[in-house]
Design a protein. Structure first.
Length: 454
C-alpha cells in the first residue's frame, strides 16, 4: 500500500511526506527526553469531510492518527507514535458564527483564542479561558487539554464553555455531541467526555462555545510579601472575605527576578513572593471592592501594594506575567513547565517541596501558580544533556509528593506521555477501568493518539 498516494486522493495539495518536511512534526513544545519518532506523513484537511476520509483510511489500514494544531502543549500529547499520520488542523481556522443574541460562537479547531477574543471584543463579549500563550493557543487544543489559565478561579476552565462539538470518531463516522443551546440534559453529557481527552477519543472539527458579556472594568493589584507563607495565608483571607477575583496568582522570588531581568517592568525583586490580583466587573463595584482588598492586604502583611492605573498598565503587567517562560529560556538551553494541583491549604507545602527538590538536584526553578484554585506551575531551566537524570528523579519525587497531599497531576496542561507513568496512582482504580472501557468502545483499534494519557 502506498500511503502517500492514498492520502493525495483525499488532500492532494495539503500533504507533507518528505523527511526534511515532516521532521519538525516529530516534536512539540514539550522537552522531556522521549524517543523521537517520525510520522509517516502530515496531512492538512480543510473540512470535516476530509478529516472523516482520513480517519476511514487510517481505520481500515490500522494506522494511528495524531491530531495537532500549534503543538504548544507541554506534556508530549502531539508527538507521533509508531506508524502514524499527523492530522494538522491549521487549515480549519474559521470563526463560523458569533451569535450575540444567544451568546455562542461556532468555530473551527484552529482558531486562536487570542484572535477569537479580539473579534468578541468588538461586540463587547468575552471567552474567559485564558492560556498564557493565547496568541497561538487554539480552541481545539484548549478543548483537548481542557485548558484554563489565571481566570479559572472565577470563571472556570474550558469545559465550562463548550456547549456542543462536532467530532470525527476513529472509524470516520461524524457525530454532534449536543445542541447549540445554553441548557440541554437530553441524554448523556457526551460533550464533556471529549473535553480533556487529549485527542484519544475523537477528532474535534467544530465547537460551539458559550460566551459572556465582557466586564466593564479590569483592575490589577500587585501585593508583595516577605514570605510565601504570608502570601498564601493572604490568599485564603481574600477568599474568606467573600472575594472572587478574576485572577489570584502567586509568584515566587526567583520568578519575579527572572521576569524583571529579561523584561524590565518595575517589579520589586527583593521580595519573597507576590500576589497578582485582578478584579473585574462594573466600574463602581470594582473600585469599591478594591478599597476592601487593600485593607485585607495591609492587615495580612503586604509590604508593598502597587496598583495599575489604566488598561495600558494592566496589559504591561500581563505581558510581564506571560513572559516568565520565555525569560527562563535565557538561562539554560531548555525550559520544562510542569503542572499540578493541590488543595489550596497545601500550596505552601507544595512550593516548599519544589524548592527543596530544586536544591537537592541543583536545578534552576521558578515557581508560580494560580493560587485561587491550587494550580502550581514550577518552571525548570536546565541543560537536558547534562541534567536529564537529575531532572527525572526530581520529577518523580515532585508528582508523588503532590499525590500524597491530596493533589493531582494536572490542572490544565494534560497528561500526554510525560505523566502517564503516574496515572495509576492519580485515579481511583474502578474509575480507571471505566476510562479504559470507554477508550476501547470509541477506539477499539487504538489508533487515536495512542500511548497518551491512559
Amino acid at each position: 500500500m502506498d500511503i502517500v498516494n492514498e492520502l493525495k486522493k483525499i488532500c492532494p495539495d495539503n500533504l507533507l511526506y518528505k523527511k526534511e518536511d515532516i521532521f519538525v512534526y516529530a516534536y512539540d513544545t514539550s522537552q522531556n527526553p522521549d524517543k523521537i519518532i517520525m510520522p509517516l506523513a502530515v496531512v492538512f484537511p480543510k473540512n470535516t469531510s476530509e478529516v472523516s476520509k482520513i480517519a476511514k483510511f487510517a481505520y481500515k489500514n490500522n494506522i494511528s492518527l495524531i491530531p495537532r494544531a500549534m503543538g504548544t502543549n507541554h506534556c508530549g500529547a502531539t508527538r507521533p507514535s509508531e506508524k502514524s499520520i499527523v492530522v494538522h488542523f491549521s487549515k480549519m481556522d474559521k470563526i463560523i458564527k458569533i451569535d450575540k443574541e444567544n451568546l455562542v460562537a461556532i468555530v473551527e479547531p484552529n482558531v486562536a483564542i487570542g484572535n477569537l477574543n479580539k473579534e468578541l471584543d468588538k461586540l463587547n463579549l468575552f471567552f474567559p479561558p485564558d492560556p498564557s500563550n493565547l496568541a497561538v493557543s487554539t480552541v481545539g487544543g484548549a478543548i483537548a487539554l481542557c485548558a484554563g489559565g489565571p481566570r479559572t478561579f472565577k470563571y472556570g476552565n474550558t469545559k465550562d464553555y463548550v456547549i456542543n462539538l462536532e467530532v470525527v470518531l476513529a472509524d470516520g463516522s461524524i457525530i454532534e455531541t449536543s445542541k447549540n443551546l445554553a441548557k440541554n440534559v437530553t441524554g448523556y453529557n457526551i460533550t464533556s467526555l471529549f473535553v480533556g481527552s487529549e485527542g484519544t477519543l475523537g477528532l474535534i472539527t467544530k465547537a460551539t462555545l458559550k460566551l459572556i458579556p465582557k466586564p466593564q472594568t479590569r483592575l490589577i493589584t500587585m501585593a508583595y510579601f516577605d514570605s510565601l507563607v504570608e502570601a498564601a495565608k493572604c490568599v485564603n483571607e481574600i477568599i474568606n472575605q467573600g472575594f472572587i477575583p478574576s485572577t489570584l496568582d502567586l509568584l515566587d522570588k526567583y520568578t519575579i527576578q527572572t521576569i524583571e531581568k529579561f523584561n524590565p517592568c518595575g517589579l520589586l525583586i527583593d521580595k519573597e513572593a507576590m500576589l497578582l490580583i485582578e478584579l473585574d466587573g462594573f466600574k463602581k463595584s470594582v473600585f469599591y471592592e478594591l478599597e476592601i482588598l487593600k485593607e485585607i492586604l495591609e492587615k495580612q502583611g503586604a509590604k508593598n501594594i502597587v496598583q495599575a492605573k489604566n488598561d495600558e498598565e494592566n496589559e504591561n503587567i500581563w505581558r510581564a506575567r506571560r513572559s516568565a517562560f520565555s525569560a527562563l529560556t535565557q538561562l539554560k538551553p531548555s525550559v520544562i513547565t510542569e503542572d499540578m494541583v493541590v488543595p489550596r491549604n497545601k500550596i505552601v507545602d507544595m512550593i516548599n517541596k519544589i524548592q527543596e527538590l530544586s536544591k537537592k538536584y541543583n536545578i534552576i526553578t521558578a515557581t508560580m501558580g494560580h493560587a485561587g484554585d491550587g494550580n502550581i506551575h514550577p518552571n525548570f531551566a536546565l541543560d537536558l544533556e547534562k541534567e536529564k537524570d537529575n531532572f527525572l528523579k526530581l520529577k518523580d519525587e515532585l508528582f508523588y509528593y503532590a499525590l500524597s497531599i491530596g493533589g493531582t497531576l494536572s490542572g490544565e496542561h494534560g497528561v500526554g506521555t510525560h505523566k502517564k507513568k503516574y496515572i495509576n496512582d492519580a485515579i481511583e482504580q474502578n474509575a480507571y477501568k471505566l476510562m479504559k472501557k470507554i477508550k476501547k468502545l470509541l477506539d477499539e483499534r487504538n489508533i487515536l493518539n495512542p500511548n497518551k494519557t491512559l
